[in-house]
Design a protein around this ligand. Structure first.
Ligand code: PLP
Length: 601
């Protein structure tokens, strides 16, 4: 049976039981039962299911593992963490996170004015806020206002001009200065797809010379006491821990040197994000555990503090992907299987058929388990010859259609004879036997990192997991763009089930989509965010909360600045009232396709 690599990527959050993908928590509901409940309320199209209990588990794990390591090494600093809002700013994700984080003093990181406003409004007072990224005077002023509200906020300086602006705002507003952090530009870079966030050529941070200049400027302006934090971030999704160790040594020494210069309130090192999650269904790509990660951070910083005779720093992390990725599952209904166009009842043989078509007919009729592979191979050869004969005008359209139907049926029959162990043989024929699964979603909206940087996501059907999947699958989305495809990859083959959608529904789940995808997604073809639902557990039952339906067509149009009243007037004027009534109904629906047939209703 194919388990779709669940042991590699699911971290026990999801399991396969009785042929169904289930949530491994509380009453262990199957994902299909949750989907059925939502669809009963007439929410069709793709769904984003959020599981706040998984976010909670990740927050607890992060703090527990770091605190255990602190205890083990008798480390004198504390562990602190913030969630970087850029990784997922949406309220349905953020509100439960802030609620769960309260007991740990878990805070937020902001990288823009809008994110800072979210943090100022909702962060638990006393929990840290860190502010990264390029800032103007207005953003710095916002930081001062947050401080005035009582927030524990640190403005992390990316360049000397930001420090100068802090001094200006301080003079102009007479508000109390927030804490100041210095982002250091390390010479050690990261690893993995996003490594360019670190290293000497990275976009962010101060060089050694700039750090010393910044320190002098702070001394001159009498604000050294506000310097509390050194920050670095070597890139997201580190697959190896080695670059982090180098970065820790480098930043640890910078911290110690600044302390020895007289930065008495400098007490923290913020190591940014970068903790990876497993997306791969075939082999592990993250080569360290969280405990190893925490031990390395604590051991290295302890060692440097001892060597340089300074206090052991408090540790801050800004892990985003680790906290949020697993919490969200994208569910896409399969709308169509393209080879279903070639069913046997579409075969219209003539009295007298071209010899190759007659041959295809016999291959199909006489195939046995023993001859399956050979006949399948013969059929694809014959098909190619028949296409050439069509181009030369020797066979007609009906012959060509018969050839297509027979070849697909031969392949289908052969696959049903081949056992799962014969995948090696199947792989050889991938090109000709691929099935195209049309999925009701937009890849650009819901998996933008697949489109942008080839980030793979684990995918698995929600049902039929006790049956052998026999079709090598290419996945198509419903955008009018040929990039909206996840093609079959023979190195990481995806096999799905041969489903008759006239008899039953079939849904695929894409897992670990809770980091970065939600707001990076774009409205290509004007497909908006899918309907999202928070799935929570109360008294052993599933409760669906905060159902947020995908945007209505008319609202999408308004969002891109169409005058929708004007549009409605034009349409109304040009249609008779009865027909306009139908049209109006469509304007207030979302733009995803409605599944034509629904077995579960
Ligand atoms: N902190 C900073 C400054 C970042 O730029 C990022 C993302 O690149 C993060 C934290 C979050 O990283 P991750 O999601 O890999 O934990």
């Amino acid at each position: 049976m194919n388990d779709y690599g669940i042991d590699i990527w699911s971290d026990d959050n999801f399991i396969i039981e009785d042929g169904l993908a289930k949530v491994n928590f509380d009453c262990k509901p199957s994902l299909i039962s949750i989907v059925k409940d939502i669809r009963k309320q007439d929410f069709k199209g793709p769904l984003l299911l959020r599981f706040p209990h998984i976010t909670k588990k990740q927050i607890h794990t992060l703090y527990d593992v770091f605190n255990a390591s602190i205890k083990e090494y008798n480390y004198q600093g504390t562990f602190n963490a913030v969630f970087p809002l850029k990784v997922n700013q949406l309220p349905n994700f953020i509100h439960p996170l802030i609620h769960e984080g309260k007991k740990f003093n878990y805070g937020l990181e902001a990288g823009s004015k809008a994110e800072l406003v979210i943090a100022m409004t909702y962060n638990n007072i006393g929990s840290p806020i860190t502010v990264n990224g390029f800032k103007d005077k207005e953003m710095i002023h916002l930081g001062f206002i947050a401080k005035k509200m009582g927030h524990n906020i640190t403005l992390i300086i990316e360049g000397l001009n930001e420090l100068e602006m802090i001094v200006e705002v301080l003079k102009e507003t007479k508000l109390e200065c927030p804490n100041i952090g210095l982002r250091v530009r390390l010479h050690s870079g990261g690893s993995g797809l996003w490594a360019k966030s670190g290293g000497i050529n990275s976009k962010f941070g101060l060089t050694s010379t700039e750090i010393l200049e910044a320190y002098e400027l702070m001394e001159e302006c009498n604000i050294v006491d506000y310097l509390t934090m050194i920050h670095f971030h070597i890139g997201s999704a580190m697959n190896s821990i080695k670059p982090l160790k180098k970065a820790l040594r480098e930043s640890g020494h910078i911290y110690a040197e600044l302390k020895n210069l007289g930065a008495t309130n400098l007490k923290s090192i913020n190591i940014g994000g970068g903790l990876a999650v497993e997306y791969n269904a075939y082999e592990r790509t993250r080569f360290y555990s969280l405990s190893e990660f925490a031990s390395d951070v604590i051991f290295t910083l302890k060692d440097i503090a001892k060597q340089k005779g300074v206090d052991e720093p408090n540790i801050f992390t800004e892990s985003g992907r680790f906290i949020s990725a697993a919490s969200t599952v994208l569910i896409t209904p399969v709308l169509e299987l393209f080879s279903s166009e070639y069913e046997l009842d579409q075969l219209k043989l003539k009295e007298k058929n071209p010899p190759l078509i007659q041959e295809l007919f016999y291959l199909h009729r006489d195939m046995t388990k023993k001859t399956a592979y050979e006949y399948m191979h013969d059929s694809t050869d014959h098909m190619e010859s028949l296409l050439t004969l069509f181009d030369l005008g020797y066979i007609d359209l009906q012959d060509r259609s018969n050839a297509e139907v027979l070849t697909h049926q031969i392949i289908k029959k052969a696959i049903s004879f081949l056992e799962i162990n014969d995948y090696g043989e199947l792989k050889k024929l991938n090109e000709s036997i691929q099935e195209k699964y049309l999925l009701n979603f937009s890849l650009f909206q819901s998996l933008p990192d697949y489109w942008g940087i080839d980030q793979e996501f684990p995918v698995m059907p929600l049902t039929h997991l006790d049956k052998n999947p026999t079709r090598s699958a290419s996945l198509w989305d419903i955008t009018c763009d040929s990039d909206g495809e996840i093609p079959f990859d023979s190195k990481k083959p995806l096999y799905l089930h041969d489903i008759n959608l006239n008899e039953e529904d079939y849904f695929l789940g894409f897992f670990n989509v809770g980091a970065y995808q939600d707001t990076l997604g774009m409205k290509h073809n004007l497909f908006s965010h899918p309907t999202e639902v928070n799935v929570v557990f109360k008294d052993g039952e599933v409760v669906l909360e905060k159902i947020l339906e995908s945007q209505k067509i008319i609202d999408i149009l308004e969002d891109i600045d169409y005058d929708t009243d004007d549009m409605k007037n034009i349409l109304r004027k040009n249609l008779d009232p009865e027909i306009y009534k139908d049209l109006k109904k469509y304007l207030s629906e979302n733009s995803y396709l409605k599944t034509i047939w629904s077995y579960y209703e």
